[in-house]
Design a protein. Structure first.
Length: 285
């Protein structure tokens, strides 16, 4: 078999694989949005839920989704960035740092339900936070941390070493070089990593079932971190499996479509500025 034939076979295979993935994605979007969009309305998106009567909304769950996401990123982003910077710039290459990297990689592959059970034991029981927004956000932070550490480390290592050397040669300190050279150059990759982590957190349910609970506050919006914080993803699971409202199927379909739209819009709102920043930093390439 000649190299040209091998190249054609490989090219055909990759095109076919990409086409199949696109078909699956299109079917996924059409199925969920087709079933759920007819049930979306202003009252459904911003209204309060009903336990027995039909016609309830998902307003508090949508609010809790973004509130818990904001708190989890508030906890995890500074720690994740700091740990990644430490491993890249300050830490010496020895067995201890190798152990840290192996541990971070192992934690990033742990199923989310394990984090949920750990959060239930630590935050709900041991720290007596009960089912609360702060408990769910703290547990989500633990889920996000390994990914953020690895993304930060890899993004900083992707910056050409000449940037670092030139900054130090001009008399800047390590912190000045990190703050004014490395982080701006690695910003597009960092934003992409944070976006992926945030999208995963928006759709997370296993962790929040055990830590944030399956109920919402009487007040809407409720900014108390100790209030119960059922999110849109956990509400989708609840109405599909245990709800007794007569329109549970319609609520589940509408919630699934709304969750998909929220995740897509969130990724676009962060992804587009990231591309613009990347083009600006790379001279429009």
């Amino acid at each position: 078999m000649t190299s040209k034939t091998t190249d054609r076979i490989a090219t055909t295979f990759f095109w076919a694989a990409g086409f199949v993935i696109m078909l699956l994605l299109a079917w996924f979007l059409i199925r969920i949005l087709g079933d759920g969009l007819p049930h979306l309305s202003w009252k459904f998106i911003f209204g309060k839920p009903q336990e027995i009567m039909a016609g309830g909304g998902v307003g508090p769950m949508l609010f809790n989704s973004f509130y818990i996401l904001f708190l989890s990123l508030l906890f995890s982003v500074p720690i994740g960035l700091g740990a990644g910077i430490y491993l890249t710039i300050y830490a010496k290459q020895n067995r201890f740092t190798d152990f840290i990297r192996i541990s971070v990689e192992a934690l990033s592959s742990v199923p989310s339900i394990v984090f949920g059970l750990f959060g239930f034991l630590l935050f709900v029981n041991l720290m007596d936070l009960k089912f609360s927004i702060i408990g769910g956000a703290a547990t989500l932070s633990l889920l996000n941390l390994p990914v953020l550490v690895r993304v930060t480390e890899e993004s900083l290592r992707s910056v050409p070493e000449s940037y670092w050397e030139a900054s130090l040669a001009l008399g800047s300190t390590r912190w000045q070089a990190i703050r004014k050279v490395l982080l701006p150059a690695a910003l597009p990759i960092l934003i992409t990593g944070i976006t992926l982590v945030a999208g995963r957190a928006l759709g997370e349910s296993a962790i929040l079932i055990y830590t944030a609970g399956l109920s919402v506050s009487r007040h809407f919006p409720d900014f108390s971190p100790l209030a119960m914080g059922e999110t849109l993803a956990t509400h989708l699971w609840y109405v599909q499996s245990e709800a007794i409202v007569p329109d549970a199927k319609q609520i589940a379909q509408g919630s699934a479509a709304l969750l998909l739209i929220v995740v897509l819009m969130f990724n676009l709102l962060i992804g587009i500025p990231s591309r613009l920043i990347q083009k600006r930093l790379t001279g429009g390439k």
